[in-house]
Write a protein that binds this ligand. Structure first.
Ligand code: URA
Length: 259
């Protein structure tokens, strides 16, 4: 009898708590919070006075250093040398080659890709792997090419990054930011008439945004130059259906060069 009474009394107490909004049991043992002493805050230990700011180990700003180094390059060869001397990008340690450019610096069109892949790292030249071979075929289709003897139909090619990221991963924002001053100087020194940005990474670097599916085929201006974002050839290899749109962009480029 006694245990029955306790059972129903406990149920009623529980029901009452649920009605009050209690949802969880937070401890196994009951605690009378009215009996708890209000604790005084522990006295603060005496702290040593804060030392005056000292000249700590010099803080390094890789972007500022890149900007200063890039500004000193008065020609493409010097730019390549100062970039090779830049020690703040970790990618350099894992890469076999420094990949700077290919094609003709006096070309009217400068193509900017993402970064060297395995083949480019091995050969020291941009766009020489499968994606690069597709790029060459795309250019040939509108009578252009990196080795074209007419500068009006030639192209000059570089990448946002001169060193291969491990496992061909997408470059991160910090890597892009620290190498951007060199890319900007590269574009200024090559001084082409038009820029083609292949895929999201050069769009992120030079336009500050991505979304190549929406941006491709839309002429814009970058560093004072008419600029056309296009699908990256590696994307076209994975999505052949997108080649139609790339073809439309090539025709548009051709028309602008002829017009
Ligand atoms: N993809 C790029 O973006 N650049 C290269 O050089 C090769 C592949």
């Amino acid at each position: 009898m006694e245990s029955d009474r306790t059972y129903w009394a406990d149920c009623a107490a529980l029901e009452w708590q649920v009605e009050l909004g209690v949802t969880d049991a937070i401890g196994d043992d009951p605690l009378d919070r009215y009996q708890l002493e209000t604790k005084k805050p522990a006295p603060k230990p005496a702290t040593a006075p804060t030392p005056p700011p000292t000249l700590m180990a010099e803080e390094v700003d890789p972007v500022a250093i890149a900007r200063t180094m890039a500004s000193k390059a008065g020609d493409l060869q010097t730019l390549a040398s100062v970039m090779q001397a830049y020690e703040h990008c970790e990618l350099k340690k894992g890469a076999r080659s420094f990949v700077f450019c290919d094609g003709q610096p006096e070309a009217r069109v400068m193509i900017v890709g993402e970064a060297p892949g395995r083949d480019e790292d091995r050969m020291g030249k941009p766009f020489v792997g499968r994606a690069g071979q597709l790029l060459d075929r795309m250019l040939e289709a509108i009578n252009m090419g990196r080795a074209h003897d007419d500068p009006a139909r030639a192209v000059y090619i570089t990448n946002v990054l001169p060193w291969r990221p491990p496992s061909n991963r997408t470059p991160d924002k910090a890597e892009i930011a620290m190498l951007l001053p060199f890319l900007e100087r590269h574009i200024a020194l090559a001084d082409s008439n038009l820029l083609i940005l292949m895929g999201n990474t050069p769009c992120q670097a030079l336009m500050g945004r991505t979304g190549i599916t929406r941006m491709r085929g839309q002429w814009t201006e970058v560093l004072g130059k008419p600029t056309l974002p296009m699908f990256h050839p590696a994307y076209l290899l994975r999505n052949p259906i997108a080649k139609r749109k790339a073809w439309a962009d090539l025709l548009d480029l051709n028309a602008r060069l002829r017009g």
